[in-house]
Each structure stands twice: as structure tokens, then as C-alpha cells.
Design a binder for this molecule. Structure first.
Ligand code: 5GP
Ligand code: MG
Ligand code: MG
Length: 183
């Protein structure tokens, strides 16, 4: 049991800490191959991508620079609308840089496709996307996602950076919540 799941709210563990770390290792090996000989700036999307950024960057056996963006996407309920506002912009000038945007989950893909075109307009050498999780809805969008940990069913998951009402981000595993949490 996940030490941070003090109330036993997780009912179904989709991915354990060990499985997540192994997957990030595989993704890191691929990134090392693809970006060999190039400098690399990874951009984490706050707040959900904090854990992925921390563990993926440390799985890399090469130099990497890290920067962060915070965006809010407006939508009704749990669906994003594609209308995005930048709450915190990059501190880095990305012109001529190889940029890899890191997120923890892509659902509709609207937030990241907006972010990708925003960063692409700043004349980087390249912009790619890496995500730990992707839901089926995202595969209907035209977005090109270079690194995907797992494709998952269309259910609401928490843990490892993913929140429900700002809780559960500090769980080490990823899982679904017991129905009693929502009522
Ligand atoms: P979209 O790809 O629809 O624009 O939005 C992605 C964002 O919605 C993610 O960064 C995340 O904050 C949130 N999100 C989407 N699916 C889930 C989920 O299953 N669990 C949690 N906790 N957040 C999700
Ligand atoms: Mg996110
Ligand atoms: Mg959230």
C-alpha cells in the first residue's frame, strides 16, 4: 500500500512506483538516443508534471536543462476547452533550442496542442512532447506525441502528480479513487 494513501482512498492501482520508474527509464534511454549530440531543454507543465520531471530527468545520463510553465485551461467540469492562459511563462529564451515538453497526462490534448504551437512560435530548433499517460480521447487530435509511457482507459486517475481537488499528488503509485471520495 502506498504510504501516502493514509485513508485508503485508492481502489485500483494501475501503475506501481516500480512500474513507473521502469517506464521512465525506458523513456530516458530513447530520449538519450534521439537527442544525442544536441542540447536539450525539458519544460515541465506545472503542477502535475513535477514528479515525472524529477524522476525522468534523473533517469537521464546526460546534461539537461529544466524550465517550467504553468497554464490554466478553462473548461466545464473535468473537460478542458482549449482556451489556455499562461500563469507562469518560461524563464528561458528557447530560440534555437531543442525543447521537450513534459506532462503527466494527456486527455483531450487541447492544453498541450495549444502550448506546443505557442512554443513553436518562439523559433526553437524543435518542440516535442513527452507524457507518462495518454487517454483515448487524445488520439483523436492531430497532435504528434513523441514519447508516451502508457495509453490508459478513459477513467479518472490520481497519484504521482495527478490530483483530485489538489490531493493525492504525493502518492507514489497511480490509481483510481474509491467512489466514496466523490460523494
Ligand atoms: P487536456 O489534455 O484535456 O487538455 O487536459 C489535460 C489535463 O487535465 C492534465 O494535465 C490534468 O491536469 C487533467 N487531467 C486529465 N485527465 C486526468 C485524470 O485522469 N486525472 C487527473 N487527476 N487529472 C487529469
Ligand atoms: Mg498536466
Ligand atoms: Mg488537476
Amino acid at each position: 500500500m502506498d504510504a501516502a494513501d493514509v485513508e485508503g482512498d485508492l481502489v485500483d492501482i494501475l501503475f506501481t512506483e516500480a512500474e513507473i520508474q521502469a517506464k521512465l527509464g525506458e523513456m530516458a534511454r530513447q530520449i538519450e538516443v534521439d537527442y544525442e549530440g544536441k542540447d536539450l531543454l525539458v519544460v515541465g507543465v506545472l503542477r502535475g508534471a513535477v514528479m515525472v520531471m524529477a524522476d525522468l530527468s534523473r533517469a537521464l545520463t546526460r546534461h539537461v536543462e529544466m524550465d517550467w510553465m504553468a497554464v490554466s485551461s478553462y473548461g466545464s467540469g473535468t473537460k478542458s476547452s482549449g482556451v489556455v492562459r499562461i500563469l507562469k511563462d518560461l524563464d528561458t529564451d528557447i530560440s534555437g533550442r531543442h525543447v521537450l515538453i513534459i506532462d503527466e497526462i494527456i486527455d483531450s490534448g487541447l492544453t498541450l496542442s495549444w502550448l506546443t504551437s505557442n512554443l513553436a512560435s518562439r523559433n526553437p530548433a524543435s518542440v516535442e512532447i513527452g507524457t507518462l499517460l495518454r487517454k483515448p480521447e487524445a488520439m483523436k487530435t492531430e497532435m504528434d506525441v513523441k514519447y508516451v509511457g502508457w495509453d490508459i482507459p478513459n477513467e479518472f486517475v490520481v497519484g504521482y502528480g495527478l490530483d483530485y481537488q489538489e490531493r493525492y499528488r504525493n502518492l507514489r503509485d497511480i490509481g483510481t479513487l474509491s467512489p466514496h471520495v466523490y460523494s
